[in-house]
Ligand binder design. Structure first.
Ligand SMILES: *Cc1c(COP(=O)(O)O)cnc(C)c1O
Length: 340
């Protein structure tokens, strides 16, 4: 039986559920993995995760479709992305098929926590990995833990869609040849200073530029940009230091295949923002959040949000992808994984 929660008002925060998945890497191999009720982790004070931030994570969602099934969206891409993150952080790779299986098992075991169709809420799924054995000299931990927990989260646009106001950050997110392209906890630890400062100054997010030339748009701390030019072309920044958002990659397919729009993945000079008609932020949490304004020093760039607080093309992209996810629009083959 579904949990009796006020789905529209649960917010976005950690809410422990019945079960989570755990697998341990020891003596060079992963164990078989199991579901557990224990929401706590007990490890050495000198674990790699504590001393040298050896940890990475993923994020995806499960939800109820219009016809009442529980599904999740493209977990194979989260599996592949986590494999890349683990390689870059010298964590042991968790095999793709096992990752998908762990995610499916964890959702299935917590099916009562999957919010009903139409509530706007969803079940957030958080796979992550960390080095658990002690290190003192700098080296990868010999032992690691892979876990998946879930937490129900409320509608992202609670109280309606509101266009975001961003500032171009004076801080950098990712160094050339660094770790910007992998989902490492360390990328977030060092972004906290900039995001708290941005909030204190009345901004919703930071727009980061490439740290080498500081002339090209990269992304925010946790979402990729999608732009629509005045002639209706959908543009997303191309850079080796951007985290490849699964939402953004999916939206580019939707733009091209479903909406017949011209699409480009290319470098976007920050000065070009004056020529841009619409702007959105892409990520699992919101799918697309409309951006209304970007402040760049003395300059201010404003974007069309005339379609109920979104740009008209951004709105079409949003409606189409959420329609695909909720089963109202036919999905491309292999995008939707049925849990039940
Ligand atoms: C997770 C993340 C995103 C969004 O990726 P999705 O797969 O769409 O959720 C974008 N940028 C950064 C830095 C991220 O960590």
């Amino acid at each position: 039986m579904k949990k009796d929660l006020d789905w529209a008002n649960i917010g976005f925060g950690y809410r422990p559920t019945d079960v989570r998945y755990v697998s341990m890497f020891k003596n060079g191999a992963w164990d078989e993995g199991a579901l557990t009720k224990d929401a706590t982790v007990t490890i050495s004070e000198s674990a790699g995760v504590f001393q040298y931030a050896q940890t990475c994570f993923e994020g995806l969602k499960a939800y109820t479709t219009e016809d009442g099934h529980t599904v999740t969206f493209r977990p194979d891409l989260n599996a592949e992305r986590m494999m890349n993150s683990c390689e870059r952080l010298r964590l042991p790779v968790f095999p793709k098929e096992r990752f998908i299986d762990a995610v499916m098992q964890t959702i299935r075991a917590n099916i009562d926590w999957v919010p009903p169709y139409g509530s706007g809420a969803s079940l957030y799924v958080r796979p992550f990995m960390m080095g658990t054995s002690p290190v003192l000299g700098v080296s990868p931990a010999a032992e690691s833990m892979f876990r998946v927990f879930v937490s129900p989260v409320g509608p992202y646009f609670k109280g309606g869609v509101r266009p975001l106001k961003l500032r171009v950050s004076e801080y950098d997110r990712a160094a050339p040849n660094g770790t910007g392209h992998v989902k490492a906890g360390l990328n977030y630890a060092m972004s906290l200073y900039a995001i708290v400062e941005a909030h204190d100054q009345g901004y919703d997010e930071n727009m980061y530029l490439d740290s080498k030339t500081r002339t090209k748009v990269e992304e925010t701390g946790g979402a990729n940009f999608l732009f629509v030019t005045k002639d209706g072309t959908v543009v997303t920044p191309k850079s080796p230091t951007i985290l490849p958002s699964i939402t953004r990659r999916s939206l580019m397919v939707v733009a091209k295949e479903y909406l017949g729009l011209k699409c480009e993945e290319r470098e976007v000079p920050v000065e070009e923002l004056s020529e841009i008609a619409e702007c959105g932020l892409c990520g699992t949490a919101a799918v697309i959040s409309p951006v209304g304004k970007v402040i760049y020093g003395e300059k201010e760039f404003t974007f069309d949000t005339s379609a109920e607080n979104m740009g008209p093309t951004v709105r079409k992209l949003y409606e189409t992808l959420t329609g695909i996810q909720m089963g109202r629009i036919e999905a491309p083959k292999g995008w939707i994984y049925r849990v039940d």
